[in-house]
Design a protein around this ligand. Structure first.
Ligand SMILES: *Cc1c(COP(=O)(O)O)cnc(C)c1O
Length: 494
């Protein structure tokens, strides 16, 4: 089957978009990438008169090579009509000269909804195209937000089951409550004894287990992923980079074709990679600024060219970024090696054998000219939330605060006056206790009390999905050991 996608680890692979979305991950452990993302260019002029949904169709068309435009439009319409509590899916909120791109107005109050509301519809069309009648089991490792967004996106869909793994005691209470309270008839949630990297590794191991996949095949089941290793997760995220840019033009903050910067709070490198793809498609981006918490493996990588996951893992107040193995870096390696897939394979083998790898000079020059990187610890994150609250009366969540802090560091270092958009990835209501402690200096023992304090202090209405949790009783998680995933999948086949 030929198409516009190949594998990061083997350029002999050729796949269509629909096939890549259905498989999630390519054979031999590689990730599906567009063979030549630079091939397409989006006309900015053209976008000026388009709604969010129309922009999404224009941009998705560059990725979904074997979808008809009508199919794309239909998916987008189904995903984005009456599911977000803003008119345009996302919202650019300019306060002084800081432009916050609020990505958390979807059903689970984190940016993952933008992609995970759409992915089920893309999969449905893809299944139809390939005339697949097998059931799909979607294995999802989550550091906190993907899980709930995937559960919401896929719940009660015929022919699909969602199995979601999160690290036990390493997600926020609200995140855990959100996942455990999902009322789908096809959703299964487990707390894994380990951290996010363990969850991600468990899922990847099952995908690569040929014997087990054969067993699934016999039972008419296909395994796939809703993590950002699935290319269908990334392309919907490219849209809001263009949207933010067009908003800035419409608000006279910039002129068409002026450059802007984006600051992205980063974990698995998916969101920021979508920004990179936007740049490849012609969006005038000056710098992409990668923001990390104390798990600063990406900061070191972007500054030195050495990726080293042999380091202490820190539990932070921005848990969705507590990641040491950022999967989507591999897709960027495909770009900075100029599509040299044997080189990518070599680097990835080094990572799995030694826990580290280093770029050569040419590769590193590309990386460091495109990205800048900063990190901050919990103390700095709290201070940033507090300072921003005092200054603007607006409350940001800890992930957004890591990004804002990184922006301040960037500005101090480079004195760059280029208009800059900060990606705001979650609602502060998802992390109420830490946020209240940051802005008011009070340590609430009760989450509900913290939520009400946020509301009293001027934050807009409580998102309805979180309001609904206020009265829920505490549910206990089902615990999974690191070697139990296959067993649990088999239990679901009955
Ligand atoms: C997932 C997540 C991130 C990190 O995004 P990546 O695409 O994994 O880099 C940042 N902030 C929040 C709130 C998230 O849920």
């Amino acid at each position: 089957m030929t198409g516009n996608y190949t594998s990061t680890r083997n350029n002999e692979v050729s796949s269509t978009f629909s096939n890549a979305v259905l498989l999630g991950i390519s054979e031999s452990g590689g990730l599906f990438v567009p063979k030549d993302i630079h091939h397409y260019k989006i006309s900015l002029d053209h976008l000026l008169s388009q709604s969010y949904q129309e922009m999404a169709s224009t941009i998705l068309k560059c990725f979904a090579d074997d979808f008809e435009i009508e199919e794309i439009k239909q998916c987008i319409h189904s995903a984005y009509t009456n599911t977000f509590d803003t008119e345009d899916v996302v919202k650019l909120n300019s306060l002084d000269d800081i432009h916050l791109l609020e990505l958390y107005h979807g059903p689970t109050s984190a940016f993952k909804d933008v992609a995970l509301q759409l992915l089920p519809f893309l999969m449905k069309v893809a299944k139809r195209k390939h005339q697949i009648i097998d059931d799909f089991y979607i294995l999802t490792a989550t550091s906190g937000d993907t899980g709930k967004a995937a559960l919401e996106g896929f719940k009660n869909i015929d022919g699909i089951k969602v199995i979601c793994l999160y690290p036990n005691q390493l997600v926020s209470n609200i995140q855990e409550k959100q996942m455990l309270s999902t009322n789908g008839n096809n959703t299964y949630v487990y707390a894994v004894k380990g951290n996010f990297d363990d969850c991600q590794r468990m899922v990847k191991e099952v995908f690569n287990d040929i014997e087990f996949n054969q067993l699934c095949h016999e039972k008419h089941i296909q395994l796939t992923s809703a993590n950002s290793i699935n290319i269908g997760r990334l392309c919907p995220q490219v849209v809001y980079y263009f949207y933010a840019y067009i908003q800035l033009v419409k608000e006279n903050k910039i002129k068409l074709n002026d450059e802007v910067n984006f600051v992205v709070p980063t974990g698995n490198f998916g969101n920021i990679l979508a920004g990179y793809y936007a740049k490849c498609l012609g969006l005038p981006i000056h710098q992409l600024i990668c923001a990390s918490n104390k798990n600063d493996v990406l900061t070191e990588f972007i500054r030195t060219g050495t990726y080293n996951r042999n380091r202490e893992f820190h539990k932070t107040i921005s848990p969705s970024m507590d990641i040491l193995v950022s999967s989507n870096v591999e897709r960027y390696l495909y770009e900075c090696t100029h599509h040299n897939t044997s080189r990518v394979l070599e680097l990835m083998n080094q990572l799995s054998e030694n826990g580290n790898y280093s770029l050569n000079t040419l590769e590193f020059d590309e990386l460091s000219s495109l990205f800048k990187a900063y990190a901050c610890d919990d103390m700095q994150t709290r201070k940033t939330i507090q300072k921003w609250f005092n200054q603007s009366n607006h409350i940001i969540d800890p992930h957004t605060a890591v990004a804002l802090n990184s922006y301040h560091q960037y500005k101090e270092e480079f004195n760059d006056e280029t208009p800059t958009v900060i990606l705001s990835t979650a609602s502060c209501y998802k992390f109420p206790v830490d946020v209240v402690e940051s802005i008011l200096g009070i340590k609430c023992s009760n989450e509900n009390e913290a939520i009400l304090l946020l509301k009293q202090n001027g934050m807009e209405k409580i998102p309805s999905n979180i309001e609904n949790l206020l009265n829920d009783k505490i549910l206990l998680p089902k615990i999974m050991k690191q070697d139990e995933l296959k067993e649990k999948i088999i239990e679901r086949m009955e």
